[in-house]
Write a protein that binds this ligand. Sequence first.
Ligand code: FAD
Length: 151
Amino acid sequence: MPLTQLIYTSRVTMEGSAEALMGILKSSLRHNQETRITGMLLYSRGTFLQVLEGRELEVDETYSKIAKDTRHQELVVLEKAPILRRSFNDWTMGFRHGDRVEAAALSGYTPILDRGFSASDLIRDPNFAKELLQKFAQGSRETETPNDSPS
Ligand code: FAD
């Protein structure tokens, strides 16, 4: 079955507390390992940007579950497309708290992260969203935990 990559953005409904983010991350890591989904989840200013990649059926099923999750709303799919290989192969689900960006390689993105991820901006240029997710993955050696960056 072909591989698919899906990128979406959303807005939190709950307080973006470390505990709440940790709950999301824990279940993502557990489920994604079982379904062989890889990707990256970014959080900034009450908004999420996530990429999911894997076999199409698993990506669709995972996204359906995520879309029903009441911890976020206003989900907008920025792109869903077939891919030849995974870009986030090393990540069951990498996590980065974009409110605290220190890596010099990412400093150019500070203005975007200061506002949070805007679906209306990103939908005009899904490649930019992909580039942003990849920059975060490259700038990270390990999955950050929400507790590393208290809100
Ligand atoms: P568990 O993992 O056992 O849930 C743990 C706790 O989370 C529950 O006790 C409950 O307090 C809370 N919870 C679970 N589901 C919901 C819900 N629908 N609404 C409110 N609270 C809930 N899942 C993945 O498998 N892969 C992902 O990559 C992924 N990314 C996510 C990204 C975001 C931004 C969000 C908000 C959620 C994401 N999830 C992801 C979680 C997904 O939406 C489901 O909540 C999860 O897969 C349900 O797993 P489970 O039924 O085994 O519950």
